[in-house]
Write a protein that binds this ligand. Structure first.
Ligand code: MG
Ligand code: ZN
Length: 218
């Protein structure tokens, strides 16, 4: 019974996600779904990403948050249009939430829409929001066991950003092992090592986003 309900929810979500995808394609907006645990550094990475990308392209942001508008306020300071989705405790964004949020953005002159999902390694991976690409942020302080424990999100993501790389020497995080596990789960996954707070690796990550955007002819 529960399995059936979940299948129906996901089926309904899939339809709206397809509508979103068509809508974004018509607007020529490339959509990046940014996922990861609470505290993995998604918002800080996003701030640094925007600081670089907005020199070259027009970006808008949708911020998913459980209760607060704190992340959206941080992003607004980067001078980009931002819409906040409060899930009121909901642990992921779904396609309908993103559809409503996108309606309140003027996307006509936007090239890239980044959606910061709710901090969670589980269900955001199950809910298609109509994005072109999923990215997962895994911070060094979370431990190298996460890819094997939460394989779906790493399988679904085209790219994994290993953030807080500056803290590597203070932890027992095994970088070799993590890379090996990521590639076992998803052989085509792109891996970037960054420290958003220390401004390490941001250039390569941003170039990757721009390459994806250009090769999708947006
Ligand atoms: Mg955040
Ligand atoms: Zn959820």
């Amino acid at each position: 019974m529960e399995v059936k309900v979940m299948k129906n929810i996901l089926g309904e979500n899939e339809k709206i996600a397809e509508d979103n995808r068509k809508f974004f394609r018509d607007k020529k907006v490339f959509v990046l779904n940014l996922m990861g645990s609470p505290g993995s550094g998604k918002t800080t990475l996003l701030e640094k990403t925007l600081a670089r990308l907005t020199k070259e392209i027009k970006v808008a942001v949708i911020e998913g948050d459980l209760f607060t508008a704190r992340d959206a306020e941080r992003i607004e300071k980067q001078g980009v249009p931002v819409v906040q989705i409060n899930t009121a405790g909901g642990c992921h964004l779904d396609a309908a939430m993103v559809q409503r949020a996108a309606e309140s953005l003027d996307l006509d002159k936007i090239n890239l829409l980044i959606v910061e999902n709710v901090g969670n390694l589980v269900c955001p991976a199950e809910f298609d929001i109509g994005e072109n690409m999923k990215a997962v942020v895994l911070s060094i302080t979370e431990g190298d066991d996460k890819p094997l424990k939460y394989p779906l999100i790493f399988k679904e993501s085209a790219v994994c950003v290993l953030n807080k790389i500056d803290l590597l020497t203070f932890t027992n995080f095994n970088l070799e092992q993590a890379r090996e596990d990521l590639i076992t789960i998803h052989p085509q996954i792109e891996i970037f090592e960054t420290s958003a707070t220390k401004d390490i690796g941001i250039y390569n990550w941003c170039e990757f986003i721009i390459d994806k955007l250009v090769s999708s002819s947006y």
